[in-house]
Ligand binder design. Structure first.
Ligand SMILES: C[S@@+](CC[C@H](N)C(=O)[O-])C[C@H]1O[C@@H](n2cnc3c(N)ncnc32)[C@H](O)[C@@H]1O
Length: 441
């Protein structure tokens, strides 16, 4: 594991963090800002999305018990609330001020029922609760002992529950770790925040060239805000990890990896021109476990700031591939984070009606971007009306794209399987007899 080492440990890391986040609850996002269109966060924080990745079952969020550990200023909590309608939310943070800001934010957005605690996540068992979904965003890598954190959370995770967390990447963030080390040598970590941040600005402004500043990822616009300097160049306890570190930590905590949350964006094929690699390389990669394939990717091109993952009690899920019969007898629906999203619905409907290509940012897809060509939009638009029988989509594809039935079936099944692997659509293979079947517009 690569990590930034600690200077003279005058205060414990937990105490330094508590003081930092008392002063500057993170992130610095206006209370009034809405999380409704934060698709990236909604995807990462949706229990239904995580459970579908885990078991291919469509598990509704209604009635689920969700923990947000290390809630910060409540931006993550707000998105959790938006992404999981009807769930009961519990949050905790070391910093009382962060919890206060979270409470204000949630009340403002109509989520006043959330239960809030000023509590170290290591003590979460005290609440006597067991959770269906636990999220800790930008927290795990700050703990002195991340494995102890994982173990504490595992103890309060239901047998079918999912834990979602992330770690800073050792290579992608290497420059920031170097700068932290340099600023620690200069004693900046021990100064009051405004003074320390001012010194970082002076330091950067005094450097010999813009190239040097760019190499140190300095952007004066972003770092006008002290919160951002403290979250990067002066972040106490910050550490970097690689995929093998994650796997070792999960093993020590007796947790299993479901998959990376943005796993499609870690596909080694993305590293090659038109996704084509020499046959020997493909054959060797095929022999590797999914985690080792992810590790190969990060060794070649470490472009992810975070290793964002879903974990479970080991071996608790078994995913069998769908058969053609499952598809042909089933109904497909949009990922629920999309179904009530006004902006998405408008854009999707427009592409459908005007026979245009549809594109949006989607963390489940390669490069975090999903593009659906016009011919496929011609039969996918019906998803806006609700779960749609696959057979109805095949009929529509045959009609609008003038295809023979077999060709239409081939096109629909292949394309839907791709969208399903991006967790953009979900298959319900066994519709309840007599339940509403939606007409196709
Ligand atoms: C970088 S902020 C992330 C906030 C929020 N999760 C987000 O992503 O927007 C880290 C937060 O974790 C909290 N934290 C750190 N260690 C903690 C611990 N052991 N128990 C509870 N909260 C902790 C800090 O107080 C801080 O609010």
């Amino acid at each position: 594991m690569a990590s930034s080492s600690f200077g003279s440990a005058v205060r414990s890391t937990a105490e330094s963090l508590r003081q930092l986040y008392e002063e500057l609850p993170y992130p610095n996002v206006a209370i009034e800002a809405s999380g409704r269109n934060a698709i990236d966060g909604l995807y990462r924080l949706s229990l239904t999305t995580a459970q579908y990745a885990r078991t291919r079952a469509i598990v509704p969020s209604e009635g689920a018990l969700i923990l947000n550990a290390g809630c910060g200023s409540g931006w993550e909590t707000l998105i959790l609330a938006e992404a999981n309608p009807g769930a009961r939310l519990v949050v905790c943070d070391l910093s009382a001020e962060s919890v206060r800001v979270t409470e204000r934010r949630l009340r403002y957005h109509g989520f006043g029922e959330v239960e809030l605690y000023v509590l170290d996540l290591l003590d979460i068992e005290q609440l006597g609760l067991e959770f269906d979904f636990i999220s800790l965003n930008d927290v795990l890598y700050l703990l002195d002992d991340p494995v102890a954190g994982l173990k504490a959370l595992k103890r309060v995770l239901k047998p079918d529950g999912i834990l979602r967390a992330n770690l800073h990447h050792a290579y992608q963030r290497e420059v920031i770790f170097r700068l932290q080390e340099a600023f620690r040598l200069l004693g900046l970590f021990d100064l009051p925040t405004p003074e320390a941040c001012q010194r970082v600005r002076e330091f950067m402004a005094s450097l010999a060239s813009d190239e040097m500043r760019a190499a140190l990822r300095w952007n004066p616009e972003i770092y006008k805000d002290d919160t951002n300097i403290r979250a990067n160049y002066l972040l106490p306890g910050d550490k970097g990890f690689l995929i093998p570190d994650l796997m070792r930590m999960l093993e020590e905590a007796e947790l299993g990896l479901v998959c990376l949350v943005d796993y499609a964006d870690w596909d080694p094929a993305l590293l090659f021109k038109e996704r084509a690699m020499p046959p020997w390389l493909q054959a060797e990669l095929d022999k590797l476990s999914p985690a080792d394939q992810n590790h190969f990717y990060e060794l070649i091109y470490p472009n992810h700031r975070l290793i964002d993952f879903w974990a479970e009690h080991p071996g608790s899920s078994l995913v069998l591939p769908w058969s053609d019969a499952d598809w042909l007898g089933g109904r497909v629906q949009l990922n629920p984070i999309l179904t009530d999203n006004v902006e998405f619905r408008q854009n999707f409907a427009k592409a459908y009606e005007k026979k245009l290509e549809f594109a949006m940012n989607w963390p489940g897809a390669s490069y975090g971007r999903l593009t659906i060509p016009a011919p496929q939009m011609a039969w996918l638009g019906s998803l806006l009306q609700g779960p749609t029988p696959v057979k109805a989509m095949i009929e529509q594809a045959a009609q609008v794209n003038t295809l023979e039935p077999e060709a239409a079936q081939e096109e629909v099944l292949t394309y839907l399987a791709g969208l399903e692997s991006f967790l953009f659509v979900m298959l319900d293979p066994a519709p309840v007899p007599g339940e509403g079947v939606f007409p196709i517009a």
